[in-house]
Design a protein around this ligand. Structure first.
Ligand SMILES: [Zn+2]
Length: 344
């Protein structure tokens, strides 16, 4: 059994960390006239089917709501925790099958990201309980094959640190230099695949994990200068740190969702107020780095209680937010950046 004793230290971050938590009452950017152009929603989940599935689990339903919302493309992926609630034996199957079925119906409108369903939760457990090399090999080969065969178009949503923010979330924590985690990025780089990574830099109670998160990012770019990394949810850090990351890593991308419920996003730097209006510092950062942001609604199709109407409403809100940015920035974030990085 491999054990944690082999872990290498995490290097220092390439940026100097600004550990200030932003004021939720700071100035906001008002909504603009709705952005009417194309949108590529680059971070969307489709849960495995279950007894209490919500709306959107059916591919036809899902494709129909994309049409209604005016969404031209989506990247559909498992959540970091999917491996813990898909009860299929060994490799979770239900979620993967659903996403692949959606892709075969929606062809190029749907891009499938994969790997998290059989790697994220597994890595968290393997890091504490130990694992057999063969178990890891089977998983990494499965991912490699899915990428090579074109059933999978990117890797995600991989969880590094995913804490309990709502009071009922599973905690997922992988030691950043855990060898399988590092191997995953080797595979990604050799396949030239984008990795969508969820890494919370601060615990809900306020404990900073910033030096670990930004330290591992430094290590990954050092090992793989051509790394294709997307940090989920604007990296869940403040605009100052994100700007520093953008400066050091010219290819780094982030997706953004509109985090209106600040209670469920404690210490993770919501980028908008409770009405969904961007904080001015975020709007300014987007306009200063228009090439680095992607839309990523984080919708959870098929989850208990999920409503298709809610997705349409969310996209309408994105259009108002995008309309408040300069038109060049809005077009890039909504569509052109995604076309550049994922290919149309
Ligand atoms: Zn996430």
């Amino acid at each position: 059994m491999a054990t944690e004793t082999a872990l290498q230290p995490i290097p220092s971050p390439d940026i100097s960390i600004h550990s200030i938590r932003s004021d939720a009452g700071r100035p906001i950017r008002t909504f603009g006239k709705k952005y009417k152009g194309k949108i590529w929603d680059t971070h969307v989940h489709l849960d495995p089917p279950g007894k209490q599935s919500g709306e959107g689990g059916n591919p036809d339903q899902l494709l129909a709501v994309l049409e209604k919302a005016g969404i031209h493309r989506v990247n559909i992926m498992p959540t970091p925790n999917e491996g813990s609630f898909d009860k299929a034996k060994y490799f979770p199957r239900g979620g993967t099958a659903g996403r692949e079925a959606l892709h075969s119906k929606g062809s190029r409108q749907i891009r499938v990201f994969c790997g998290a369903e059989f790697l994220s939760v597994w890595m968290g457990k393997a890091a504490t309980k130990g694992y057999k090399q063969k178990e890891f090999q089977e998983r990494i080969i499965a991912l490699d094959v899915a990428l090579t065969e074109g059933r999978c178009h990117g890797i995600g949503e991989i969880g590094l640190f995913h804490f309990n923010k709502s009071g009922r979330q599973l905690v997922l924590e992988v030691p950043p230099t855990f060898p399988p985690f590092l191997s995953l990025f080797e595979l990604a780089t050799s396949n030239e695949s984008w990795v969508d990574l969820h890494a919370e830099p601060v615990e809900p109670g306020g404990k900073s994990r910033e030096s670990e998160v930004f330290g591992i990012i430094a290590l990954l770019y050092k090992k793989h200068p051509n790394l294709k990394l997307i940090l989920s949810h604007t990296a869940m850090t403040n605009p100052t740190n994100l700007e520093a990351l953008f400066t050091v890593y010219p290819s780094l991308m982030v997706n953004f969702k509109l985090v209106r419920n600040h209670e469920r996003w404690k210490n993770l730097e919501p980028n908008c107020d409770p009405d969904g209006r961007l904080y001015e510092d975020w709007a300014v950062l987007m306009e200063a780095y228009p090439d680095r942001f992607l839309v990523g609604s984080d919708a959870k199709f098929g989850r208990k209680g999920f409503k298709l109407k809610r997705y349409q409403k969310e996209i309408r809100l994105f259009r108002k937010v995008l309309g408040g940015l300069d038109s060049n920035t809005a077009r890039k974030i909504a569509w052109e950046n995604a076309v550049r990085v994922f290919g149309n």
